[in-house]
Design a protein around this ligand. Sequence first.
Ligand SMILES: NC(=O)c1ccc[n+]([C@@H]2O[C@H](COP(=O)([O-])OP(=O)(O)OC[C@H]3O[C@@H](n4cnc5c(N)ncnc54)[C@H](O)[C@@H]3O)[C@@H](O)[C@H]2O)c1
Ligand SMILES: [Zn+2]
Ligand SMILES: [Zn+2]
Length: 396
Amino acid sequence: MRAVVWHGRRDVQVDTVPDPSIIEATDAIVRVTSSGLCGSDLHLYEVLAPFMTAGDILGHEPMGIVEAVGDAVTHIAVGDRVVVPFNISCGHCFMCNQGLQSQCETTQVRDQGCGAALFGYTKLYGQVPGGQAELLRVPHADYGPIKVPHGPSDDRFLFLSDVLPTAWQAVQYAAVPKGGSVAVLGLGPIGAMACRIAQHLGVSNVIGIDLVPERLGRAEAHGVDVIDWNGFAKTSELIEAVRSRTNGRGPDAVIDAVGMEAHGSPLAKATHTLTALLPSTVAAKLMRTTGTDRLAALHMALDLVRRGGTVSVVGVYGAMSDPMPMMTMFDKQIQLRMGQANVRRWVDDLMPLLVDDDPLGVDTFATHHVPLAEASSAYAGFQNKADGAIKVVFNP
Ligand SMILES: NC(=O)c1ccc[n+]([C@@H]2O[C@H](COP(=O)([O-])OP(=O)(O)OC[C@H]3O[C@@H](n4cnc5c(N)ncnc54)[C@H](O)[C@@H]3O)[C@@H](O)[C@H]2O)c1
Ligand SMILES: [Zn+2]
Ligand SMILES: [Zn+2]
């Protein structure tokens, strides 16, 4: 089959690799029809390179048609249309039983000290071959895959794999009080969808912050009160602009939908650049012991939120020695929630929004549909935010 394969920093190519096959009775094989490209893939493309191995198959947002199932798989059958959650979870352990599927104790990558295994996501998360490919082996398919109806276009359901449950969890964790306000940092797919979900759940004051014109424009067209970071000479002025929209106090909640590659962290960016020059084993050790993330967005979230408010961190962070403003966090009595999305936990809440109308606008959410064969240039274009790329979907 053809698959998107990581070759090195900023180097992904479409290669011919062996077809996957059923190994465990709980496996399924899915013929992929659509597969998303995610901000999380960009971390692998460059900054998380020390945790990658040449030959890794990328992708964690797939859907398609079931081609084969193992003997223990009964809730889906050959020919069914399914969306595959990005985290691999068993559905019956202590963690899964309480809706913490991203911490599944059956698939936890214990030798790396990490949570549930993820498709296409580094040694830290099990090095499981990913879904930007023609075929995908789905472990724990007796629980994971979400059966969806035939008929509507793939895009109606595709974002159940990651964007929708991730943004939904970000809003749930933000716990905006009735009549309250939320600021969303980053208007990529995750932040943009978090804004739409907050609006859908009745939050009237949704403020979105980014620096990319088309991302700001798209959120504004959806009724978000957008703020362009480029319009301010100093961060303190931006913070003042947000406070002036929220009774001078700051929003009740802030969602960080930016993560470890935030714009405006020159020192950590230099460290990332330096790390890239080291052999990967040395770089990986450094990142896991002393490394720092680009924290501009997270630090801004902590500054922005009102006293006693909640910061919901959905952007991914990966370093071990991030300096945090403990004085501010403690003194402001900030509540902090974060983590990988527990995809299956939110599916029952989301499915009703995907059947008749399309209140979240998923049908037109992708900006680019690209044949799998063009993955190499699609990754580069997405990293550079070229040609208005906000959400890219591969069609193998
Ligand atoms: N927690 C999860 O389960 C989960 C799942 C999917 C994605 N993610 C993470 O969520 C984050 C966002 O994903 P995405 O696909 O939307 O990525 P993206 O890269 O498309 O979007 C990030 C946006 O943040 C903006 N930005 C950069 N620096 C900023 C700053 N300092 N202030 C405000 N905005 C800034 C960028 O211009 C961009 O529009 C990534 O870190 C991704 O890894 C987490
Ligand atoms: Zn993703
Ligand atoms: Zn489990």
